[in-house]
Design a protein around this ligand. Structure first.
Ligand SMILES: *Cc1c(COP(=O)(O)O)cnc(C)c1O
Length: 459
């Protein structure tokens, strides 16, 4: 009820705000419904706070509400964490070839499940299967949403209601609740764990095999290393044992680099080709870890087993979409020319970046960053180590250089200062994500390719 006695409302009416000339650009940009709801929201909060405001002020706060509402949540950030394949920052950046292929697939029709030669229904796996077989030496391949899905599917298709034998040293938890024992039970397979945390022998596997056994499995311990007094049977031995009992040998390889990384001066990581050559019947791995492609779970290996997987209803539930299939095909094609791969595939380019080049980049940036942080932080250029990330090669660190922020003078609440400093870097138009360690904020420059963009937002 409006109060009597000629009191004027301290706030304008919604229609008055909307018909003001100032509101026209908002209506134009955001449409009527969204603008009306923002004006109402602005008026409500002014009313609740007991403020008065004129039409112009209401338009300004409605504009702020709309800007915030429409700001993309998916937006670029600078990954200066020092972790190249950072799961929380989207893992592998894709090459332009993949971007172009994905764009074409997004904006139009593609022969996703259509055999162009014979004009009949095809299988979406056919788009990438030839490349995957060529690059791994496998007979057949299939692709699903991610490697967690690939492992779930593989186990459900081949071992539902039966036992899968795994070493106790490999009951891995990957971030985000992927744990082998739990995936196993969701796949309706029974985990038969053998051996101990540090040592498992071939005879442990052998003793566990019985009428209920459906497969032997090896899980690449990608995000940790057991060192010291350890033993695990060789893959070739496990494969032979499995085959002697008419069982398949399955391997979850995790990162699954498609090529020998030593060729590029990086530490060795087992490849699907090597694993198949050791006798594995199926190998699963991620598309967006060391492979450097879009999120995907790839299974390669024996044709009859892949055929069983393709018939499983979970395959349909976990299938890949056309956009990522297009990107994956484009990335796989780059592997045909390993000589140029380190230039063309961003993941490999970043992983193989030379410490001296990163240092030179740091020297170019240092004066501008020091000037921008003048009085706020003491900035130095220091050697550090980057990580590959995504669980790949957990103990191997890559020499790198970082811009390091510390308080100008020693302070007591250092933890708070560091949090604030990190938050300040995240507030840039393109947020800069660093790493807090050893009483400093580290901006590892390994993954900084666009230095001009970083400098532009410092100014
Ligand atoms: C990363 C990883 C997974 C999960 O793969 P996503 O592609 O992230 O689903 C499964 N197993 C191992 C050994 C891994 O390293």
């Amino acid at each position: 009820m409006p109060a009597g006695g000629g009191r004027v409302s301290p706030l304008p009416a919604v229609h008055a705000v909307l018909s003001a000339p100032d509101a026209a650009p908002l209506l134009d940009r955001f449409g009527r419904d969204d603008t009306v709801s923002a004006v109402r929201e602005a008026l409500d909060s002014l009313r609740q706070a007991g403020h008065t405001a004129d039409v112009g002020q209401v338009v300004v706060s409605a504009a702020a509400i709309l800007d915030y509402r429409h700001r993309p949540r998916v937006r670029p950030v600078f990954n200066l964490t020092g972790t190249v394949l950072h799961t929380n920052l989207g893992r592998a950046p894709l090459p332009m070839e993949a971007v172009e292929a994905a764009t074409a697939a997004m904006t139009g029709a593609i022969p996703l499940e259509f055999d162009l030669g014979r004009a009949k229904r095809g299988d979406r796996d056919d788009l990438v299967e030839n490349w995957l077989c060529r690059l791994t030496g496998a007979e057949a391949a299939t692709v699903v949403n991610n490697n967690a899905g690939a492992v779930l599917l593989m186990l459900h298709a081949l071992a539902a209601k039966a036992e899968v034998v795994v070493s106790r040293g490999e009951l891995v938890e990957i971030g985000g609740a992927f744990r082998i024992p739990e995936v196993m039970s969701r796949a309706q397979a029974r985990l038969r764990e053998v051996g101990t945390t540090n040592r498992t022998h071939l005879r442990d596997f052998e003793a566990a095999i019985g009428p209920k056994t459906a497969a032997l499995m090896k899980v690449h311990t990608s995000n940790y290393a057991v060192i010291g007094f350890t033993a695990q049977p060789a893959e070739a031995e496990l494969a032979k044992l499995a085959h002697d009992h008419g069982l398949p040998f399955l391997v979850d390889l995790g990162a699954g680099s498609l090529i020998d990384l030593e060729r590029y001066g990086l530490p060795h990581e087992p490849t699907p080709r090597e694993t198949l050559a050791q006798g594995a019947d199926l190998v699963s791995f991620s598309g967006d870890k060391l492979l450097g492609g879009p999120q995907a779970g790839i299974i390669v290996g024996r044709k009859d087993l892949i055929a069983r997987i393709k018939k499983n209803p979970l395959k349909r539930a976990l299938r890949m979409d056309k956009i990522r299939l297009a990107a994956l095909e484009a990335v796989l094609k780059l592997y045909a020319d390993p000589d140029r791969l380190a230039e063309r595939l961003p993941t490999l380019r970043l992983l193989t970046r030379k410490a001296d080049d990163i240092k030179a980049l740091g020297e170019r940036l240092l004066p501008a960053v020091q000037a921008a942080m003048d009085g706020k932080a003491r900035v130095t250029l220091e050697a550090c180590h980057s990580q590959i990330g995504s669980g790949a090669l957990p103990v191997d660190l890559l020499p790198s250089w970082a811009l390091v922020m510390r308080p100008v003078t020693p302070i007591r609440s250092e933890g708070r200062w560091l949090e604030q400093m990190a938050a300040e870097w995240r507030e840039h138009p393109v947020p800069v994500i660093g790493r807090v360690a050893d009483g400093a904020l580290w901006l590892d420059l390994r993954c900084l390719e666009d230095e001009t963009a970083l400098l532009a937002q410092l100014a």
